[in-house]
Ligand binder design. Structure first.
Ligand code: GDP
Length: 536
C-alpha cells in the first residue's frame, strides 16, 4: 500500500469523543450526528429514554436497567462538508468513540480518551459546567486533546452566551471562541450568526425534531428585517467577542488554549451540521505516535495499533471477548496476521469488526484513526500494541489512581474455581485493579477502582457470565501509594494502613485518609510512598 493512499485516508479522518455530564444530551447529539451523516433517516428511532427504543450504544442488561451506557463503542460515518469538500465522492470519515455516560467514573472513560484526537465538550445551556464534564476536561487537558465546546439545549431557557463563556474561561481557563452566535436567547433559538461571513443561518423546526432542520441563509440586512432585536443583539455580542480577541485561532486551539464554540439543540437538530463542519475543518487528523524508545511511528509507516478497551459479554449470542484497537499507523486489512508486542505472539485478525451498537459489521480495511473490534481477543489487554514489522511498542495507558476499595467475597461455597477464573479475566480486561495480601488470602481479593460503578460491573458480570454470587464490602480506605519490599513491613504495622500486591506486581499501601498518610510520611521519612499516576 503506497504511503500516498494512506496519507490521503488519514487526512480525511477525524476521531473524537463527546465528553459531558449525564443528561446534557450526548445520546441525542450522537443520534443527530448520525442523522446528518445520513446513517439513519429519522431521529428517535434508536434513541431515547422513557418509552422510545434504547440508544445505539447501549448493550448490557445493566445498562438497560439503569438507562446508562457502561462501556464504549465506536461509530463511524462519512460526511461530506458542504463548504470545503469539493469531491463529494471522497467525504470525510468521522469516528465517534463513545465515553461511558454515567456519573461515576471508571477507568474506561480515561482509556477512551487515549484513543481520540479531539473532544467535543457538551454542556447543558441551563446548567453550565458540571462535575463530570470538568473531570473529563481535565483528562483532555492532561493529554493535550483539543476541545470544541458545544452549548446544547439552546431551545430551552438557560444562561446567556456571555455568562457561559465567562464561566468556562474563569473556571477552567479555556477561552471559548464562538464560531457562531445564537440568534434568539436560550429558549427562543431561531438560528445562528456566522461570525466569519456575517450571515444569518435561519433554522426551521421539523416535526418532533426527527429530520434534519432546513436552513435558510440570509444576509445581514435581511436578517435584521426578519429578526429585529434578536439579530441586533447577536451582532453586538459578536462584535464584543471580536474586541476581546475571542476569534478562532487554529494554533491556540490545537495547543489547548482556546475552544471553538457552537450553540446547538440536539433535539431539534439545530447547529448539528455546524458542529460536523467544525470537526472537519478544525479537529486534527490522526498523527504519528511516540513509542517506548522515543521514536515516532508515523501514520504512513507499517501497520500498528493500540488496544484501548477490552470487553466481554457484549451480546448473549456471541459470548466472547472483544478488544477495541485504535489504528495508529499503516493500513489494516482483515485477515492480516499481526504481532502482539507484549507477548511476541502472532495474532490473527480474521474476525475484525466495526462496531455500531449491537450490529456487527465486518471490517475489511481500516486506517489510522479508525477503531476496530477484534473478536476472541483473549490475550489482549488495554494498552497493548499490535504491529506489522518493524516492531513497535507504545507506552502503556497509565492506570489511574484508584479512590475506591472493596473486598469481594464469593457467597456460593463450591464456586471458587469459577470465581478465580472470573477475577483473572476481569483483571486482564482492566475492569478493576485486583489487590491481594496473605492475610486476606486468595478467596477474598480487594478490588480497587476509580469509580464505584466498576464494582457493580464486576458483581453483575460474576452472576451473568460465571453464575457466581458475590458480595462487595467497601473498605475504609480512600487512597493508595506505591511502595516497595523494603518499606512494606513497617507500613504494615501502622494503624489505618494495609499493604497489598497488585496483579501487575506493584506493591501498594492503602490509607484510610490523607491525614493518616501525611502523619506516616512525617514520622517515617525513610519509607517509599509514591503517588500513583493521577488523571490530571
Ligand atoms: P445523555 O445522558 O447525555 O446521553 O443525554 P440524552 O441524550 O439522553 O438527553 C437527556 C435528556 O435531555 C433527554 O430527555 C433528551 O430528550 C433531552 N435533550 C437532549 N438534547 C436536548 C436539546 O437539545 N433540547 C432539549 N430541550 N432537550 C434535549
Amino acid at each position: 500500500m503506497s504511503s500516498d493512499v494512506i496519507s490521503r485516508e488519514v487526512q480525511r479522518r477525524r476521531t473524537f469523543a463527546i465528553i459531558s455530564h449525564p443528561d446534557a444530551g450526548k445520546s441525542t447529539m450522537t443520534e443527530a450526528l448520525a442523522l446528518h451523516a445520513r446513517m439513519i433517516s429519522e431521529a428517535g428511532a434508536v434513541h431515547g429514554k422513557g418509552g422510545r427504543r434504547s440508544t445505539v450504544s447501549d448493550w448490557m442488561e445493566m445498562e438497560k436497567a439503569r438507562g446508562i451506557s457502561v462501556s464504549s463503542t465506536a461509530l463511524q460515518f462519512n460526511y461530506a462538508c458542504e463548504a470545503t469538500d469539493d469531491d463529494k465522492e471522497w467525504p470525510h470519515v468521522i469516528n465517534l468513540v463513545d465515553t461511558p455516560g454515567h456519573s461515576d467514573f471508571s477507568e474506561d472513560t480515561y482509556r477512551v480518551l487515549t484513543a481520540v484526537d479531539a473532544a467535543v465538550m457538551l454542556i447543558d445551556a441551563a446548567k453550565g459546567l458540571e462535575p463530570q464534564t470538568l473531570k473529563l476536561f481535565q483528562v483532555c487537558r492532561h493529554r493535550g486533546i483539543p476541545v470544541i465546546t458545544v452549548i446544547n439545549k439552546w431551545d430551552r431557557p438557560g444562561q446567556t452566551p456571555l455568562e457561559l463563556i465567562d464561566e468556562i474561561s474563569e473556571r477552567i481557563g479555556l477561552i471559548p471562541t464562538p464560531l457562531y452566535v445564537p440568534v434568539g436567547i436560550a429558549g427562543d433559538y431561531r438560528g445562528l450568526l456566522d461570525r466569519r461571513t456575517g450571515r444569518f443561518i435561519k433554522f426551521t423546526r421539523t416535526a418532533g425534531g426527527a429530520k434534519i432542520a432546513p436552513e435558510e441563509l440570509l444576509d445581514a440586512d435581511a436578517a435584521a428585517a426578519s429578526e429585529g432585536d434578536a439579530w441586533e443583539a447577536a451582532v453586538e455580542e459578536s462584535e464584543l467577542l471580536g474586541e476581546l480577541g475571542q476569534d478562532h485561532d487554529q494554533e491556540m486551539f490545537l495547543a489547548g488554549q482556546t475552544s471553538p464554540m457552537i450553540f446547538t439543540s440536539a433535539m431539534l437538530n439545530f447547529g448539528v451540521r455546524q458542529l460536523l463542519e467544525a470537526l472537519v475543518e478544525f479537529a486534527p487528523p490522526p498523527r504519528g505516535r511516540v513509542c517506548i524508545d522515543d521514536e515516532t511511528r508515523e501514520v504512513t509507516d507499517p501497520f500498528s495499533a493500540v488496544v484501548f478497551k477490552v470487553q466481554a459479554g457484549m451480546d448473549s449470542s456471541h459470548r466472547d471477548r472483544l478488544a477495541y484497537m485504535r489504528i495508529v499507523s499503516g493500513e489494516f486489512e482483515r485477515g492480516m496476521v499481526v504481532t502482539h508486542a507484549q507477548t511476541g505472539k502472532p495474532f490473527a485478525t480474521k474476525y475484525a469488526q466495526a462496531v455500531f451498537g449491537r450490529d456487527r459489521a465486518t471490517v475489511d480495511t481500516a486506517y489510522p484513526g479508525d477503531v476496530v473490534g477484534l473478536v476472541n481477543a483473549m490475550a489482549l489487554a488495554p494498552g497493548d500494541t499490535l504491529y506489522l514489522d518493524p516492531k513497535v511498542q507504545y507506552p502503556p495507558i497509565p492506570s489511574f489512581a484508584p479512590e475506591h476499595f472493596s473486598a469481594l467475597r464469593v457467597t456460593t461455597a463450591d464456586k471458587y474455581k469459577q470465581f478465580r477464573k472470573a477475577i483473572d479475566q476481569m483483571d486482564a480486561e482492566g475492569v478493576v485493579q485486583v489487590l491481594r495480601n496473605d492475610l486476606r488470602g486468595d478467596a477474598s481479593p480487594v478490588l480497587a477502582a476509580v469509580g464505584p460503578m466498576q464494582f457493580e460491573v464486576v458483581t453483575a458480570r460474576m452472576k451473568a457470565e460465571f453464575n457466581v454470587d458475590t458480595i462487595i464490602e467497601p473498605l475504609g480506605y480512600s487512597l493508595a501509594r506505591r511502595t516497595d519490599d523494603a518499606s512494606a513491613p513497617e507500613l504494615g504495622k501502622q494503624r489505618g494502613v494495609e499493604v497489598f500486591t497488585r496483579s501487575d506486581g506493584a506493591i501498594l499501601a492503602l490509607f484510610s485518609d490523607k491525614w493518616r498518610l501525611q502523619y506516616i510520611e512525617k514520622e517515617h521519612k525513610d519509607l517509599l510512598l509514591e503517588p500513583l499516576v493521577a488523571a490530571a
